[in-house]
Ligand binder design. Structure first.
Ligand code: AHR
Length: 664
């Protein structure tokens, strides 16, 4: 067909323009749709939960009363006080941070009130809850009672229902009317109140529903009595009715919604170092974390605060069900945390630790007529939790004892649950199979960028790898965009090696902005708000855009050679089978915009509207916070391109996903 002059002119201009683009392209990325590589792992992106930074108590777990069971005073058995220090038998020392007797509680004694509150244990509710609070009033004043401000203030929503329950006991069958009020911190406003009459006698549980008028993020619970006298309280609990999926003893819905955004394929629980504990008594003992909350035994955890075990093993399994993910539960391997002067179980006691793991598996997977399956049914879930697919033996453990114990645990588990996948802390263990090994990685952005290549040469005959904990936490303040970009690059390295690195999970997941134990974490919250760090958004983008198959893709020039320090562009390309789309991921770690030329091979045609998702900021030290939660969030746009070569400006300090739809 002949071209008229105008068309010819436009054509020449277009060629010149394309030529100019190509000439200015700083990086070329060649992608060949015909050269398909590995299938990526569907389980690559998971989540890791540990009780640290008040992730659970004062966080995901909706209980609003702090120190509801008056047990913060406890320290692990077989440890000693020395001044302000607690020391285990094996010599591990911790600051005495959890010994505050009536942590969370105060007496209100206005006007003429005479009386006191104290911690008692002569007449315990049960052996798991030895301590309780005694309120003794000699003279009634203007206001008399006790208050709990919760975890840095309670959040009351307007027109919402809250469930208050407590145990109470009095001597000589004396009875009181107990008034309950949900108020602001100074008591000047009351959002809801109620009264329970005739409280007294032997220990008994009382409950009432309260509906609020008005709202506050500086709320408190106020309990008062109608006359002088002495009354004991224990397990004082306040829950919003509106937990996730309206579950009793449930989880904070806004925080669960954040987890859903990460589209996880599995959920690891309960940690982390907490699995081992400061000594063996302090390890996670899952049997203390099921059933009636009044029968649970709390723990002074190694992150420095008291944990009720309210978000326990059963709640964890329910959470897996709610999120529709596989369960990955970590058991104690017969000794306490490796990094804290571990205490080892005596050889004759080791079987108890193996049984503890086996019983947990039976609780999740066993039939209703098994001992622990029956308990699961009693706790409201007759059906087995078949989603429990993985058990990890220990956390960051090593050494000869670990190797010996691992084999014994493995033999017992595989004999009864042959299909459950076992995760090891070590790559190789004599005479015992290692199916999956857990690698942990924390470090600087430089290390994370470099580890884009970490698994390229990994032995494909070795065990599958689960990067169970990772986070860029050094030199990035409390987390920033540079950390997120380096993690994105690292994860792109995992994705293209996910034939061998089949699973990963960032750690730690949550932090309450009021009490942080770990430098950098992913999702922050206070009592009413939540925000994701830029790492959260990078992970969300990766999980949402995981390709099914990697495509052959080559980046030219690699500025300073493959492992060069100066490399500023990192990319991978893959194919999404269901959407029939090419998915390209590019990180630009430099302060300069980069003109990248994409050269496609084996692509007949594609939708000219390319979907582009970008996480970017010109300042790599910027970060989201509870006050500015949306400084760095992904933006979406369309970019028009056609033909086998096109250029696109990759912004400075950015993570970009381009999706080319091949359905045209
Ligand atoms: O993620 C925080 C801690 O880091 C984990 O508890 C421990 O396993 C690791 O050292």
């Amino acid at each position: 067909m002949e071209m008229n002059n105008r068309k010819l002119g436009l054509f020449i201009l277009a060629v010149l323009f394309a030529g100019l683009n190509i000439a200015h392209a700083q990086t070329e990325i060649n992608i060949d749709l015909q050269k398909k590589g590995i299938k990526t792992s569907k389980d690559l992106y998971g989540i890791f939960f540990e009780e640290i930074n008040h992730s659970g108590d004062g966080g995901l777990y909706s209980e609003m009363v702090k120190n509801r069971d008056f047990e913060t005073v406890n320290i692990p058995q077989n440890s000693m006080w020395g001044g302000n220090i607690m020391m285990t038998r094996a010599g591990w020392k911790e600051r005495k941070w959890f010994g505050n007797e009536l942590d969370g509680w105060e007496m209100v004694a206005d006007g003429e009130t005479k009386g006191d509150i104290s911690l008692q244990k002569e007449n315990s509710l049960n052996i798991k809850n030895p301590h309780y609070l005694e309120l003794e009033v000699l003279e009634m004043g203007k206001k008399t009672g006790l208050v709990n401000n919760g975890y840095w203030g309670m959040h009351f929503k307007n027109s919402s229902v809250y469930l208050l329950s407590f145990y109470a006991q009095t001597s000589d069958n004396e009875v009181f009317d107990v008034n309950i009020a949900l108020q602001n911190t100074d008591g000047s406003k009351t959002f809801s109140k109620s009264e329970i009459k005739n409280v007294g006698g032997n220990w008994k549980r009382y409950e009432v529903k309260l509906k609020t008028k008005g709202e506050s993020i500086h709320g408190r619970l106020f309990l008062s009595i109608n006359k002088p006298g002495r009354i004991n309280f224990d397990v004082v609990s306040l829950f919003p009715e509106d937990t996730y999926n309206k579950r009793p003893n449930g989880l904070r819905a806004d925080l669960v919604e954040m987890l859903k955004q990460l589209q996880p394929s599995f959920l690891r629980f309960p940690g982390g170092a907490i699995v081992g504990g400061m000594n063996l008594d302090n390890r996670i003992q899952w049997k203390n974390s099921i059933g009636d909350i009044a029968q649970r035994k709390g723990t002074a955890n190694l992150w420095g605060y008291y944990t009720t075990n309210g978000l326990g093993y059963h709640e964890y399994l329910l959470m897996c069900e709610d999120l529709n993910v596989d369960g990955l539960w970590v058991c104690n391997p017969g000794f306490s945390d490796n990094w804290r002067n571990p205490e080892f179980a005596q050889p004759e006691e080791l079987q108890n630790y193996i049984n503890e793991a086996m019983d947990a598996l039976e609780y999740a997977l066993g039939p209703v007529d098994s001992e622990w399956g029956k308990k699961r049914a009693e706790n409201g879930h007759p059906e087995p939790f078949n989603l429990l697919k993985y058990i990890e033996i220990g956390n960051e453990a090593s050494g000869d004892v670990y190797k010996k114990n691992y084999k014994l645990f493995c033999d017992a588990i595989k004999a009864k649950y042959p299909t459950i996948k076992i995760i090891s802390n070590l790559n190789k263990i004599e005479n015992a199979p290692v199916e999956i090994v857990d690698h942990h990685k924390y470090g600087t952005p430089t290390q994370f960028f470099k580890d884009f290549y970490r698994y390229d040469e990994e032995d494909r005959n070795g065990p599958n790898i689960y990067v169970g904990e990772y986070g860029c936490k050094i030199g990035v303040g409390e987390g920033n965009l540079m950390a997120a970009l380096s993690e994105a690059v690292y994860l792109m390295g995992l994705e293209r090696n996910s034939d061998i690195v089949t699973m990963s999970s960032y750690a730690p997941l949550f932090f309450n902005v009021n009490d942080i134990q770990w430098e950098v974490n992913m999702i922050g919250f206070d009592n009413h708000g939540v925000f994701g760090r830029s790492s959260f958004y990078a992970h969300k983008m990766l999980a949402e855009n995981r390709a099914d198959i990697m495509l052959d893709s080559e980046q030219i020039p690699l500025v300073d050679g493959k492992h060069g320090k100066e490399q500023s562009i990192y990319s991978i390309a893959g194919y999404d089978e269901e959407a029939n789309e090419i998915v390209i991921k590019v990180v630009n770690r430099s302060s300069e915009k980069s003109k990248v030329q994409f050269n496609l091979k084996g692509v007949k045609t594609y939708d000219e509207n390319i979907q582009v998702i970008t996480l970017q900021n010109d300042e790599p030290t910027q970060e989201n916070s509870i006050t500015f939660p949306h400084r760095i969030v992904p933006g979406e746009t369309n970019f028009r391109a056609s033909g086998n070569n096109f250029t696109y400006d990759i912004l400075p300090y950015s993570f970009t996903v381009l999706r080319l739809n091949l359905n045209r």
